[in-house]
Design a protein around this ligand. Structure first.
Ligand SMILES: [Zn+2]
Length: 312
């Protein structure tokens, strides 16, 4: 489902778990950084609840990684089959899959949509297995997902499922048919605006100015959700008149530009940590992420290798 309203939240559990997680994190603390230094490609897998969530949150950094030859995969955990005011079921699921495939082509990444009904995702053992397998099969260095306090149940349970996989990806006899990851990936959260029990606190903020047009192009092909308004839209939003359609597409594009501008403004101080105050003040569009306490905890040096964008 589309998510313009920002809600926040989070992080209490994040902090609490830091100490508990240390033993197994220490095992591989420099692996991804070393991999980047060795010139090995980075492998990133991003989870969203619906076919549009990853694109909204991470299309900018995805395009930047892809341009450098790194491998990015977006996974929608549900098929989005109730995410429209007029259409539903199989035909809508197929349409939404085609939309994110078109977006992935623009971004230069891979995409997959799991066949779970929209609005019905649960944190089951079966789904824990599914996400664990996907992370292992992708051999991920970085895993992204929503925080688990989101207003939408599918977003919430996607967050829980990603958390549930964060340790299990390393455990050999959990899903033994897929080899475990020797090195625990870095798990990151997307931003939101929920305040309870605690707000999103960015650890990294990235300028996406260089790829903003590409991100807007990618979001622009997700017509069912944005131009047509998704579950809460109406026929009025995208009328038959070609001129009005053009205006509507531009309105959607402008709205997303403002959305990523507001992320840059909101996390300007964090941009300053990474770019220096002067350069940060000039960043127009940004994406930001918070480190989950359950995966490996990278230091700043490793993060700058995982996000090899700051020297540009
Ligand atoms: Zn959604």
């Amino acid at each position: 489902m589309k998510r313009f309203r920002s809600r926040v939240l989070t992080a209490a559990w994040l902090r609490i778990a830091a100490l508990a997680a240390l033993p197994f994190m220490a095992v591989s603390s420099v692996v991804a950084g070393a991999a980047a230094a060795e010139g090995r490609e980075l492998r990133i897998i991003c989870f969203g609840a619906h076919p549009d969530d990853c694109e909204l949150q991470a299309a900018g950094v995805a395009a930047m990684w892809a341009a450098k030859g790194h491998k990015v995969k977006f996974v929608s955990v549900t098929n989005g089959d109730i995410g429209h005011w007029r259409d539903a079921g199989g035909p809508l699921a197929l349409r939404r899959k085609a939309e994110v495939e078109a977006a992935a082509k623009i971004l230069g990444i891979t995409t997959e949509v799991l066949d779970v009904h929209d609005g019905e995702l649960l944190p089951t053992l079966e789904n824990r297995h599914a996400l664990t397998r996907l992370i292992r099969e992708w051999k991920a260095d970085i895993v992204m997902g929503p925080r688990p306090n989101d207003y939408h149940p599918d977003h919430r349970y996607t967050g829980v499922l990603v958390q549930d996989a964060a340790y299990m990806v390393t455990v050999p006899f959990f899903c033994p048919e897929v080899p475990p990851l020797k090195d625990n990936p870095v798990f990151l959260y997307y931003p939101d605006s929920f305040q309870k029990p605690n707000p999103f606190q960015p650890d990294i903020a990235v300028s996406i100015d260089a790829v903003m047009e590409k991100k807007l192009d990618a979001l622009g092909v997700i017509v069912s959700q944005f131009a047509e308004g998704g579950a809460n839209g109406s026929a009025d939003l995208l009328p038959a008149d070609p001129e009005k359609q053009k205006q509507r597409h531009q309105q959607v594009r402008d709205g997303f530009a403002r959305r990523n501008q507001s992320i840059a403004d909101r996390f300007r101080a964090k941009l300053g940590d990474w770019y220096g105050k002067d350069r940060a003040s000039k960043v127009k569009y940004a994406e930001a992420f918070e480190i989950c306490e359950y995966g490996r905890r990278p230091d700043k040096a490793e993060l700058s290798k995982l996000f090899p964008f700051f020297g540009e």
